[in-house]
Design a protein around this ligand. Structure first.
Ligand code: BTN
Length: 248
């Protein structure tokens, strides 16, 4: 992966129009934050790395980050588009990109991208309120083996399709899809519901350690998960403390 090979493929006008590419870093999210605070980067600036030594996952987990996959962070300047819907866009864009490669990806609330019951990507949005937001995404592209503790829950584009992917082309396709969705006029709630398999399903969730069966009724206009639990409608606003089963 070289700066030139990426430049040749990228067609997006804002997202990734300017970028830096590193062989290795601790975390592209952490590094982009430092870079931006040292010297302001433009809206849409992207930092990519071939490997990460301290990839950050949700809930303080480590995102295992070996070579052959995509590890990218994109900077978004503060705007009215940085709202509770913001984390849904990259997930829908990635699922659509994978679908275009005949990989049957779907989204799990709020922004996990799954193929079957296995996770193919992770998204971590971090920012400073009122200033900027960083969307970090790790996409399992060409990885074919996973450590034991991940082998039942993780997959990659190559494992699902048998194809060897060009990282540059895949990234370019994803950025185009993401840019069209994020800056376009489409309805993200509709798109999310369309590419998710959760709506209308009975799913077991665990909320702060308490297990229950709920029905998923939809997404609220803010992108929150609407459920019916013991006959009552409820809205789940945050993923923290929430474990949603993938058996649906
Ligand atoms: C998750 O746990 O599902 C979220 C994982 C997010 C990983 C990506 S890899 C690129 C970016 N940099 C990081 O340190 N984390 C995100």
């Amino acid at each position: 992966m070289t700066t030139q090979s990426i430049q040749e493929k990228l067609k997006s006008q804002i997202l990734g129009k300017e970028f830096s590419c590193l062989l290795e870093t601790d975390s592209t999210n952490a590094r982009l934050k430092t870079l931006h605070e040292r010297q302001a980067r433009p809206n849409g600036f992207m930092l990519i790395a071939e490997k990460q030594s301290q990839g950050k996952g949700t809930d303080g987990n480590v995102w295992a980050s070996e070579k052959g996959n995509i590890y990218a962070s994109i900077l978004f300047e503060h705007s009215n588009k940085i709202n509770t819907l913001f984390p849904l866009y990259p997930a829908v864009a990635l699922a659509k990109t994978l679908n275009n490669y005949q990989i049957e990806a779907h989204v799990k609330w709020p922004n996990d991208v799954l193929v079957g019951q296995k996770k193919i990507a992770g998204i971590l949005c971090e920012g400073v309120s009122g200033k900027y937001m960083i969307m970090g995404i790790g996409i399992n592209v060409n990885q074919t083996t996973f450590p034991n503790h991940l082998s039942d829950i993780a997959t990659s584009a190559k494992l699902e399709s048998g194809l060897d992917f060009s990282i540059e082309e895949f990234l370019a396709d994803f950025l185009n899809e993401y840019e069209t969705l994020f800056y376009g006029k489409g309805d993200i709630i509709k798109e999310w519901c369309h590419i998710s398999r959760m709506i209308g399903k009975k799913i077991s969730i665990s909320q702060d350690g308490k297990k229950k069966e709920v029905e998923i009724s939809g997404l609220s206009p803010e992108g929150f998960l609407q459920i019916i639990s013991e006959g009552k409608s409820e809205t789940l606003m945050a993923r923290r403390g929430l474990d949603i089963s993938v058996n649906y």
